[in-house]
Design a protein. Structure first.
Length: 557
């Protein structure tokens, strides 16, 4: 008997014998639910024997038999009622545990538990609930098996990658039937938040209404995705609306896991705790920077992958530059706690960055990952990993702390058939088509290609996906355009100067400009003008409009 824990209230397993009851009792279980009809198998222990042994050991029992493959709504409701009434933790069994896990899933859906949570719990226990996803999404009840909408191409996500690929598709085929699924009303130019945190941009200039950016002729389905059914070519939305597709593009972005640091959510936006990774907090960064005249400033960077790997140190450089110009830098101690082992992943840019680290007298603390913060007490704790892998806890005070949260794929992606072993959409890194599901493409921060997660990367990925998807849709040939891993990170080392890092797969340098114009390995005023004056209009007026300036795709191979 292999006991598989679903959550703190229930575990499940396959068929048990009377002799297993003692083990269940010793493991702390207080009740048993049988979901297998007596006589289903020739070697099956009858419920009466299980019940007698359970009674002898003080465990409550319930007999809720369900025929394999025929779990009804009434069965799920009965399971939910019994589970609620029985002492916990409970143990449920059937032939393999699948019926019990299914009954639990449907009962939890009826109780209002989120679909991704249910799928994550059952997946961790070793049970695939993909066959009842629609029922779970429908509050545990059998839905009408019809599509609420069908489109030739469905794009999940209305961020930079999603809108850019929709625009690129429309530029190539104006009559193409496309829908974008996106719940948000506002679209943000997130690369601008670094400059909001430095007092260069006003936060409001980085926001526009979603409706104003959806390309003409593209249907906007305003809703949140709950799950995917690639076998049926369907996307399930919250509320069990079903959207069918011929080709699917996943561009959801990633999840900023603010709850991944203990105490962080409770203190964000006050007590000197801020982050440029949120629209409403970037102005607070600038408020804190202007107000700090002396004390301890801390900047953090979580483990990779993260959105814009240079952003954590950009905040440091711009803040320190302000303190230098204000004449207070000598009174401020700066620490950069980085969960990684290097300042920047492409070595060619490190010398220029180190000049600024030394100029600002910043202390580099590698292999330090923020795990807990106490805002009112102005204390933070880090896990420090030594060379031999051992971990110790490091505690520090702070007057100002800029936190970058750990980052993961969205919940409904991680538990879906689209995900790789760690939760990202599993694509071919050149064509950006899913490795196993040929009708699905992905781009932007949600997919697992080993590139920098930046808006500049999405700008180059969108034309590749658009070209390959259309060729695939016409059935003429295999996708033949390749993404080279391009990403750009304009490292704002001081107000008015930028180290323009541009690179592709394997750290290969991919400069967009001749060295005499912008030397990416040295701080440049022209690169600053590019970041401040030119890139925002390119984003709004080119990238999101299907104009592929300096972004034309190249052939595979």
């Amino acid at each position: 008997m292999e006991i598989k824990k679903i959550d703190a209230t229930i575990s499940v397993a396959g068929q048990i014998a009377a002799g297993d009851v003692a083990r269940l009792s010793e493991a702390g279980f207080r009740s048993i639910i049988c979901n297998r009809p007596d006589g289903e198998g020739a070697d099956q222990t009858g419920f009466g024997e299980i019940e007698a042994e359970a009674k002898r050991r003080g465990l409550e029992t319930r007999y809720l038999p369900v025929v394999s493959g025929k779990v009804s709504d009434e069965d799920a409701a009965a399971f939910g009622r019994e589970l609620a009434a029985l002492p916990k933790p409970a143990f449920a069994y059937c032939r393999s545990g699948t019926r019990s896990a299914t009954l639990w899933s449907l009962s939890q859906a009826a109780a209002g538990r989120a679909l991704p949570e249910i799928l994550a719990a059952t997946k961790a226990a070793g049970y695939d609930m993909s066959g009842v996803i629609r029922r779970i999404a429908n509050g545990g009840r059998v839905p009408a098996d019809i599509y609420d909408a069908r489109h030739k191409v469905v794009i999940v996500g209305g961020g930079a990658a999603g809108i850019a690929v929709a625009a690129s598709l429309k530029a190539r085929d104006p009559g193409l039937d496309i829908a974008i699924i996106e719940p948000a009303e506002v679209h943000y130019y997130q690369p601008g938040w670094t400059l909001v945190g430095a007092g260069v941009f006003d936060a409001q200039t980085t926001a526009r209404t979603m409706g104003s950016l959806i390309p003409e002729g593209v249907r906007w389905i305003k809703g949140a995705v709950a799950a995917f059914e690639p076998d049926r070519k369907a996307v399930i939305l919250d509320g069990c609306r079903i959207v069918g597709y011929e080709k699917l593009v996943v561009a959801t972005g990633l999840k900023l896991n603010w709850n991944g640091v203990e105490g962080l959510v409770d203190t964000l936006g006050r007590n000197g705790v801020t982050s440029n990774y949120r629209y409403d907090l970037a102005p607070y960064t600038w408020e804190l920077v202007r107000g700090l005249r002396a004390g301890h400033a801390v900047f953090t960077q979580p483990p990779m992958p993260i959105k814009c790997a240079g952003a954590p140190q950009k905040a440091l450089y711009l803040s320190a530059d302000h303190w230098r110009r204000a004449g207070v830098l000598g009174d401020i101690k700066i620490d950069f706690f980085n969960a990684g082992g290097v300042l920047f992943g492409v070595k060619e840019y490190v010398p220029a960055l180190m000049e600024y680290v030394e100029r600002y007298r910043a202390n580099l603390q590698f292999q330090h990952n923020l795990v807990r913060i106490d805002g009112p007490k102005r204390r933070a704790w880090f896990d420090r990993t030594a060379a031999d892998g051992t971990k110790t806890t490091v505690e520090t005070d702070f007057d100002f702390i800029h936190v970058v949260p750990p980052q993961i794929a969205p919940d409904y992606i991680r538990v879906s058939p689209l995900a790789d072993a760690v939760g990202w959409v599993d694509v071919d890194q050149a064509t950006l088509r899913h490795k196993k599901l040929a009708d699905i493409y992905a781009l932007g921060d949600v997919m697992n290609a080993p590139n920098a997660k930046t808006a500049a990367a999405a700008r180059k990925q969108a034309p590749v996906v658009a070209h390959n998807l259309l060729k695939d849709l016409k059935g003429t040939a295999e996708p033949d355009m390749a993404y080279d891993g391009y990403g750009s990170c304009p490292l704002t080392v001081e107000r008015g100067k930028i180290v323009l890092a541009e690179f592709g797969y394997g750290g290969k340098l991919l400069p967009s400009f001749p060295k005499w114009l912008i030397d990416g390995q040295r701080p440049s005023t022209l690169a600053w003008l590019l970041k401040e004056r030119i890139l925002p209009p390119i984003y709004w007026r080119a990238m999101l409009k299907g104009r592929e300036w300096l972004a034309r795709p190249t052939s595979v191979g």
